[in-house]
Design a protein around this ligand. Structure first.
Ligand code: MGD
Ligand code: MGD
Ligand code: SF4
Ligand code: MO
Length: 701
């Protein structure tokens, strides 16, 4: 029996694992109790890491489509075919005629992150997309304009705060996002044990809300009113205190002026949280020794995501809780994303560009996922006529996914690097199979930057890849070479990583070899105040009140509760699934159908919908049928459907055993945060009707 230490790289939490195995048989996957970050926490998905390897539906050889059939081809032929397909499209339609969509698993695979830029450069397209604009671009936009760098990301100093205000996040289930916080429940127990409080603002009484000292329902998409009102109150109470950032911060007066209309009374009328409660929230926040406001998916994947993230930072800054212990702090990671990509030279203008059809902003070199379909459909120079997807499933994960699906079908050429034939990749002409976690080295180059404590962990591949497969990163290197005529694969990702570590914050202590020899994660200590010298704004100062956000306030002030349909829909995450792709592990999908529409008892009564009954849910763009789950966890007027389900188009035997539906058959690509381009998944107007069940007699027939 052998023991292997590594971190799980499914979600952002980076839990430390101990894998016992005999040869290539996994005996157990258990939490690493001494891991300095995850402290003995794992979730059921970690155990499924072994299943992804042995999944009978996994693609393990390049597959080329001939008519309706998939034909296995060898790697040389596959790479040639991919390169030829890409260039054939570009010869006719120009470089931008070929688009790229990179999905979420790439963020967890450092070898992909190190190699993909080379491939994208070889393709030479500016039609680039990723899951970021279905997720967190508002956070980057706030960091760009306020701090000068998209990856300079404030992270709640969870282990030292006294007051945690969570707006639109459910870290008990997600284990934190833009806040790597494995064992979030344990950390909240610690917070409470030291006399602290967690307060949750969410239209659903979530698993996180249940552990909070206070939970307030909020009407979806009205969070910016609340946060701006809290800022308004800090000014009204003369409680502004910038702490150590006083000397480097611009825009305090401008912020005071900007929030002037946002009184608690105005916020109450929009949010449904009464003004007295808002006054108290502000008093508690300013009264706490160390406080932090943390807002996530519910406050970023909505129509005012950019304003929410700006306001969240601003609230933390003006209360002395930015770059200060127990507030929002900055990591000093061994792999220093910020330092490695310094924004040197002349000040940049933002957004860097606008999309061809709708004019939505491009940030970080990527267009919003919400415009992907129209960019494929709309004729003219720059129309996308071919696509590569890498570890992405936009048909199930991007807004109005079926519109994307229709457009994918009409492409001249599509290639996907993936592990499955699924709703997206089934439309490819060629699938190039990727390697999975246990067959690859692991180091989290992204999520150490977002963690509540500085640690580092590297582990080599544990198992061999299936016979005939090449490491996933080599696909990108080889395809890049085929496009450019290059020959050299270049340094391996681990060599590149080692070089980057030698330029990071812990260069003396951390290298790939050191980490390899270390059982589990290396502790690099708590977060430290460090912001002032790291600011990368043109004037080197923190900009509390950038014009772009102020200019967006009239749009917020004009916000009206949608009236086109009677209910509003929000999403939800679940412990035993990760986005759209872990659902083919039988151990994670077994049990009752979790793809339900949660609905408040009063609303269900009004509609004549019983618990468990099938419900027809419709939006402007589509409709689905899912079972009802009647629960007073939902705010009245709001319904919730989990994201990531609806597998049906591909060849996924376990995932398709239960009848589920995709939330993104309903979400609307025309609903976006126009400031940042992020999809507004939450707050979608929907109507609900009970599905007429066949009478007992008809059913019997
Ligand atoms: N309505 C709604 N929609 C949402 C969200 C929501 O909350 N509500 N959340 C959004 C968020 S936050 C995100 S991050 C996106 C995610 O959106 P995507 O990144 O598009 O989707 P994933 O489900 O992560 O898809 C992963 C794809 O990668 C493949 N894959 C898995 N592992 C590997 C691997 O090791 N190698 C390769 N090559 N492929 C692999 C899977 O088969 C699948 O096709 O979804 C977004 N969509
Ligand atoms: N188990 C599991 N863990 C995951 C994932 C997963 O799929 N499964 N996905 C990973 C990924 S890619 C990400 S990005 C993170 C996301 O991490 P989180 O942001 O913590 O995840 P969500 O569960 O989407 O939380 C969003 C919360 O916002 C609430 N909400 C919706 N609309 C509004 C609104 O208008 N206002 C307010 N205040 N709240 C609102 C929802 O009810 C929900 O509780 O999770 C990661 N971790
Ligand atoms: S919480 Fe995330 S990182 Fe931790 S074991 Fe589960 S999936 Fe893996
Ligand atoms: Mo995400």
């Amino acid at each position: 029996m052998q023991r292997h230490y590594r971190t799980c790289n499914i979600c952002e939490a980076m839990c430390g694992l101990v894998i016992e195995h005999e040869g290539d048989q996994v005996l157990s996957i258990k939490p690493h109790k001494e891991d300095p970050l995850s402290r003995g926490h794992i979730c059921p998905k970690a155990v499924a890491l072994q299943d992804f390897r042995t999944d009978p539906d996994r693609v393990t050889t390049p597959l080329r489509k001939r008519g309706q059939e998939w034909e296995p081809v060898d790697w040389d032929e596959a790479i040639d075919y991919a390169a030829h397909g890409i260039r054939s499209v570009q010869d006719v339609h120009g470089k931008d005629g070929f688009g790229a969509y990179l999905g979420n698993p790439n963020a967890h695979k450092f070898a992909n992150l190190m190699t993909l830029p080379r491939l994208i450069k070889a393709i030479g397209t500016t039609q680039r997309y990723s899951s970021a604009t279905s997720d967190q671009i508002p956070h980057h936009v706030a960091s760009i304009h306020m701090l000068g760098h998209p990856m300079l990301m404030p992270i709640p100093d969870l282990d030292r705060t006294d007051y945690l205000l969570v707006i639109g996040g459910n870290p008990v289930v997600s284990n934190g996002s833009m806040m790597t916080a494995p064992d979030f429940p344990g950390r909240i127990d610690d917070l409470q044990a030291r006399g602290g409080r967690m307060v949750v603002i969410d239209p659903r009484r979530t698993e996180t809300a249940r552990r909070a000292a206070e939970h307030h329902f909020i009407r979806p998409e009205t969070d910016a009113f609340l946060i701006l009102a809290l800022i308004h109150e800090v000014f009204a109470q003369n409680a502004v205190d910038l702490g150590a950032l006083e000397g480097v911060t611009n825009g305090v007066e401008a912020l005071r002026d900007a929030v002037q209309p946002f009184t608690p009374e105005l916020a109450a009328s929009h949010t449904g949280i009464d003004a007295t409660t808002i006054h108290k929230l502000a008093a508690d926040f300013t009264g706490a020794e160390r406080a932090v406001c943390y807002s996530r998916m519910g406050a970023s994947t909505q129509s005012y995501g950019g304003l929410c993230q700006w306001a969240t930072n601003a609230l933390n800054i003006i209360t002395g809780n930015f770059d200060a212990l127990g507030g929002a702090m900055f990591t000093t990671p061994a792999f220093d994303n910020v330092g490695l990509t310094r924004r040197k030279g002349a000040p940049r203008t933002y957004p860097e560009k606008r999309s061809r059809v709708s004019g939505l902003p491009l940030y970080n070199g990527e267009f919003p996922s919400a415009v992907l379909a129209e960019e494929m459909e709309t004729p003219g120079a720059g129309q996308i006529k071919g696509m590569i997807t890498v570890a992405g499933n936009p048909v199930l994960t991007a807004p109005n996914g079926r519109r994307i699906e229709k457009a994918l079908k009409a492409l001249d050429f599509m290639v996907s690097v993936d592990i499955h034939i699924n709703d997206t990749t089934q439309h490819a002409d060629l699938i190039l199979p990727g390697t999975v976690a246990l067959e690859e080295p692991v180091y989290d180059t992204v999520f150490h930057s977002f963690a509540v404590r500085n640690t580092a962990n590297y582990a080599d591949a544990l198992f061999d890849r299936p016979k005939g497969m090449i490491p996933e990163w080599e696909i990108f290197a080889r395809l890049g070479n085929a496009l450019t005529g290059g020959r050299d694969l270049g340094p391996s990702p681990s060599e590149q990583l080692d070089h980057a570590l030698s330029r990071g914050f812990h260069a003396q202590a951390v290298s790939v070899d050191v980490l390899k020899d270390h059982e589990g994660s290396l502790d690099l200590g708590p977060l430290l105040p460090c912001l002032a010298p790291r600011l990368q704004t043109p004037d080197g100062r923190l900009n509390l009140c950038p014009d772009v956000f102020v200019a967006d306030l009239p749009r917020l002030l004009a916000h009206e509760t949608p009236t086109d349909r009677p209910y509003v829909m929000i999403g939800r995450r679940q412990v035993r699934s990760h986005n759209s792709w872990t659902q083919n592990a039988p151990r994670l999908v077994k049990g009752r159908n979790r793809c339900t529409v949660q609905i408040n008892p009063q609303d269900a009564g009004d509609l004549g919908i019983a618990d468990g009954a099938q419900v027809h849910v419709a939006s402007r763009v589509g409709h689905i049928v899912v079972p009802a789950e009647v629960t007073d966890d939902m705010a009245p007027g709001v319904v919730s459907i989990p994201q990531g389900w609806g597998q049906g188009g591909g060849q996924l035997s376990a995932a398709t055993q239960t009848l589920t539906a995709s939330i993104n058959d309903l979400t609307d690509d025309q609903r976006v945060d126009v400031l940042t381009g992020n999809a507004a998944f939450n707050g979608l107007p929907v109507s609900l009707t009970p599905v007429e069940m066949p009478s007992a007699q008809t059913a019997a027939e």
